[in-house]
Design a protein around this ligand. Structure first.
Ligand code: GLA
Length: 340
């Protein structure tokens, strides 16, 4: 959304996302199934001048970057690196002065950084398809953090519709909508354990996957027997996760389309176990939260969402199930029109 108001005020809004299933597959050309949520970042202000200046309602400091941006990596306060990264990728030469306001919780796996990047891109006047905006924002994230993230978060934020899951094939970048059944309830529960993507071993996981792919070919379609024959046990486990997770995404999308919540829930639990045992990105806190949630009557499944190492768990539940007291905070995230 990018609505210049009559006064010349630009209001750009970009949502956070919850990934229903398909974790650590995007950067290997696999399948993901994220859903945009009602939590969003809004950038409001005016275009003009040759400086981008933003104040945040949630974060300290004022970001002030002169255009054109030469180097995004040393901007302070550090959230300004995302802003500078986006301006650099877009080649922005017209400045902007305004505010950032966000309801996406920071560092919880709901993609507050992608929401910030996409909202800033739209505010700065990015043109192009949602995919092109997402790709510029992905490059900005790489530049800002040094973390080699995939395309999922930025693409979901740029192309997502609240309450609709997006099946993304990250090899072809083909996107198709998978409606969430009206009587399914998606909950996001914060474990309270903060996560830092940059310090999280994300790049190491990706490097192991790439090493495995050099031996067995693209992991989403690799032969399971070839993966089982890899002699490096770490590469073998990481590759097995990516390969089996892609199968689970496909099966989950089919289960959602058939409104088979029981099956969808089982797949979420399997995904969590694979992330815990093969990909090793879970924590004891997340494991306990998943166990607690799946023990609640009417909850079909739960799993860590996002990169892992802390952050949030996503749960699939029946209507009438109230998880608002779970974890340190919880949100019911869709579908939006459904009551209770
Ligand atoms: C982060 C990255 C995404 C994706 C997930 C894990 O959110 O930004 O690209 O790799 O981790 O699925």
């Amino acid at each position: 959304m990018n609505d210049p108001e009559p006064t010349g005020t630009v209001v750009a809004v970009a949502p956070g996302r919850v990934n229903l299933i398909g974790e650590h597959t995007d950067y290997m050309g696999g399948l993901v199934l994220p859903m945009a949520v009602h939590l969003a970042t809004t950038v409001r202000g005016h275009r003009g001048g040759d400086v981008v200046e933003l104040r945040s309602h949630q974060l300290d400091g004022v970001v002030r970057v002169a255009l054109p941006v030469q180097d995004a990596t040393s901007v302070l306060p550090s959230w300004g690196r995302y802003v500078a990264g986006v301006a650099a990728e877009l080649g922005t030469t017209t400045g902007f002065s305004g505010t950032v306001d966000s309801t996406v919780p920071l560092g919880s796996g709901l993609s507050s950084s992608a929401a910030l990047e996409v909202a800033v891109a739209l505010a700065l006047g990015a043109t192009g398809s949602p995919l092109e905006v997402a790709q510029a924002c992905q490059r900005a994230e790489h530049a800002a953090t040094g973390v080699p993230c995939g395309i999922m978060d930025q693409l979901c934020s740029a192309a997502g519709v609240e309450g609709h899951a997006l099946l993304i094939d990250c090899a072809t970048l083909e996107v198709s909508e998978v409606p969430v059944p009206a009587d399914a309830r998606i909950w996001v529960v914060d474990s309270g354990q903060p996560r830092e993507l940059a310090g999280s071993g994300y790049a190491g996981r990706r490097a192991s996957c790439e090493a495995a792919a050099r031996r067995v070919g693209p992991l989403p379609t690799a032969d399971l027997a070839d993966i089982a024959a890899l002699d490096d046990p770490v590469q073998r486990a990481r590759a097995r996760h990516v390969r089996t997770e892609c199968d689970r995404v496909r099966a989950f999308a089919a289960a959602l389309r058939a409104d088979d919540r029981r099956r969808a829930g089982q797949l979420m639990v399997q995904s969590h176990r694979s992330l815990r045992d093969d990909f090793e990105v879970s924590t004891a806190v997340l494991d306990r939260l998943v166990d607690d949630l799946v023990a609640v009557p009417g909850v079909h499944g739960a799993r860590l969402t996002g990169a892992g190492f802390g952050g949030c768990v996503v749960a699939l539940a029946d209507p009438g199930v109230d998880l608002s007291g779970s974890g340190t905070r919880a949100w019911r995230c869709g579908p939006p029109a459904a009551p209770g």
